[in-house]
Design a protein around this ligand. Structure first.
Ligand code: SAM
Ligand code: FES
Length: 353
């Protein structure tokens, strides 16, 4: 679509309506998504709204990637079980606790336990880990990101003290979902998991990859509509990035520009939402996370995993913060956040109702 067909008046109207009504028609959303014409106004408005609610505060989540074993075989993902060349690892409970200790000293008050779907960590083991973190750090939030589980398991983790759960829906279009996942996975079950998590009482995060293979504007609109229905407390989006040992090795990565545009749209639609500037965004461009913050993001998730395993949690090629230099993630991120004009805060960073 050519940007010349819009004039300044329409630009202003459409973005202010998005800000006021927190929604637009599908046609208007397509117009925003398919051209860069609205970008500067979108970013400016998103930043203004974010500052009116959160000021310049940026919340930090310490990410512990505790296992790269996964029984799933998602076509896009570098740690899928079909990737037989990847060396696998699991952190022990003691190693996970050591990560949290480092994080706590650095001022992190949320720990995100993320991993593949690894049955080695059964409910009992996971509950023991969650309980130990919560009893040692009662002032911290524990977020889980360990995929699809039964209602009963989610309930047990919640009972053990888990506060939040991240489960991206990946795409809200059935056909598109089947192009990204093997037949044994379904969008319907993914959505059911999200509804169960909400019902149990978790603060829930969902989201999707931007520019995943076969993604069209209409899919992004469905993603937005699904999020409007789900009303999550957190929304995680980042560009799809190619991994050379997956079936999508020849597919193009997503773009920085479209990811930033979507971050701004999401901030305007969900003013209070917790919105991370993701590692994938920092991987696609050296200043991707800073640009993400300026487009409405208000969360960063530095890696707390032991440096020795970081390269093995390779969801996509060239993932940042995996080398020796990454041991000092906190000061690197601090500097980036400050340079962008924001400040990291020592806080659990709960959702503002
Ligand atoms: N197993 C859990 C799950 O499925 O929710 C958590 C781990 S999974 C690796 C976390 C997220 O990584 C996924 O939701 C997906 O959106 C993202 N991811 C996986 N492969 C990716 C890729 N090639 N590029 C960008 N993001 C990717
Ligand atoms: Fe399981 Fe990606 S396929 S985490």
């Amino acid at each position: 679509m050519s940007s010349k067909i819009f004039d300044m008046n329409i630009e202003n109207q459409i973005v202010s309506r998005l800000e006021e009504d927190r929604t637009l028609s599908d046609k208007e959303l397509s117009a925003l998504l398919e051209t860069d014409f609205f970008d500067s106004l979108l970013f400016e408005s998103a930043d203004r709204i974010r500052k009116s609610i959160y000021g310049t505060d940026v919340y930090v989540r310490g990410l512990v990637e505790f296992t790269n074993y996964c029984k799933n075989n998602c076509y896009y993902c570098g740690i899928r079980c079909g990737n037989t060349v990847l060396p696998r690892y699991r952190l022990s409970q003691k190693e996970i606790m050591d990560c949290c200790e480092t994080g706590y000293k650095l001022g992190f008050r949320t720990f995100v336990l993320q991993g593949g779907e690894d049955d080695f960590f059964n409910d009992e083991t996971l509950c023991a880990i969650i309980s130990e973190i919560k009893s040692k750090y009662p002032d911290c939030a524990v977020t889980l990101s360990i995929g699809e589980k039964s209602y009963k398991s989610y309930k047990l983790y919640f009972g053990a003290g888990a506060d939040r759960y991240l489960l991206r829906h990946e795409t809200a279009d059935d056909e598109h979902y089947q192009k990204l996942h093997p037949q044994n996975m379904s969008l319907q079950y993914r959505k059911e998991c999200l509804r169960n998590l909400k019902e149990i009482g978790y603060q829930v995060g969902s989201g999707f990859m931007v520019g995943s293979p076969f993604q069209e504007t209409e899919h992004l609109i469905k993603d937005i509509r699904f999020l409007q229905e789900l009303k999550p407390e957190m929304i995680g989006i980042g560009p799809f990035l190619t991994h050379s040992d997956t079936p999508f090795k020849d597919q193009k990565s997503g773009s920085l520009e479209l990811t930033l545009r979507l971050l701004a749209i999401l901030r305007l639609m969900f003013p209070n939402v917790l919105l991370p500037a993701t590692t994938a965004l920092g991987t696609i461009s050296p200043d991707g996370r800073e640009l993400g913050l300026k487009a409405g993001a208000n969360v960063v998730m530095p890696n707390l995993s032991p440096v020795k395993v970081r390269k093995q949690y390779a969801l996509y090629d060239n993932k940042i913060c995996t080398g020796e230099e990454a041991a000092e993630c906190r000061s690197c991120i601090d500097l980036r956040v400050n340079t962008a004009g924001y400040r990291m805060v020592v806080s659990r960073g709960d959702f503002f109702k």
